[in-house]
Design a protein around this ligand. Structure first.
Ligand code: ACO
Length: 162
């Protein structure tokens, strides 16, 4: 089992993983148009943190680091249905936080959470209150109706992974 962070950099193995992740998203996020999923997962401004087991994608998170604003926008998150509620979603979020802080220099995450995922995000330290000053994020993140805007502050020192 491994956690990786990749983007569309032309490396064969990375492309195969990104396509695998797109397929997990397509199944788990049926309301998202497929072309939109492909476009963002393959977009070079986005990165994906994934759980890989026996070289297969179990799930992942696609996000866009807004480096100048020091926050990341989570676009998609999913774990394959037969692998849910085993702790992978939590471990994935911890790897994302660690990578975003240490490699991207981010302090916060924002996401439009689906109603049924709000409970998961709360357990990961997200809140419905947005404490980040508006001028740091307004105009940077994509509006998405049908979701609830949630925020997470990344702890500057905590070791999120072992
Ligand atoms: N609602 C409430 N609580 C939840 C949910 C949920 N939908 N999913 C998991 N939890 C809880 C678990 O019970 C667990 O609680 P515990 O720590 O008290 O035991 C905790 O959250 C973490 O569970 P994990 O096993 O780590 O999470 P999992 O691997 O199942 O991944 C995920 C969670 C990613 C939400 C998964 O259920 C999934 O893929 N769902 C379908 C797709 C989806 O809804 N994605 C998010 C859409 S919003 C977006 O993409 C921005």
């Amino acid at each position: 089992l491994k956690f990786v962070c990749v983007s569309n950099d032309g490396v064969d193995e990375h492309m195969i993983w990104l396509i695998g992740l797109k397929n997990v998203f397509a199944k788990q996020l049926p309301n998202m148009p497929k072309e939109y999923l492909v476009r963002l997962v393959m977009d070079r401004t986005h990165k994906s943190v994934m759980v890989i087991r026996r070289n297969l994608v179990v799930g992942g998170i696609t996000y866009r680091p807004h480096a100048s604003q020091k926050f990341g926008e989570i676009a998609f998150l999913a774990i394959s249905s037969d692998e849910q509620v085993k702790g992978y979603g939590t471990r994935l979020m911890n790897h994302l936080k660690q990578h975003a802080r240490d490699a991207d220099g981010l302090t916060h995450f924002l996401t439009y959470a689906d109603n049924n995922a709000v409970g998961y995000f709360i357990k990961q330290g997200f809140t419905k209150e947005i404490y980040l000053e508006k001028d740091r994020w307004q105009g940077y993140i994509k509006d998405y109706d049908g979701g609830i805007l949630m925020e997470c502050k990344i702890n500057p020192k905590l070791p999120y992974t072992d």
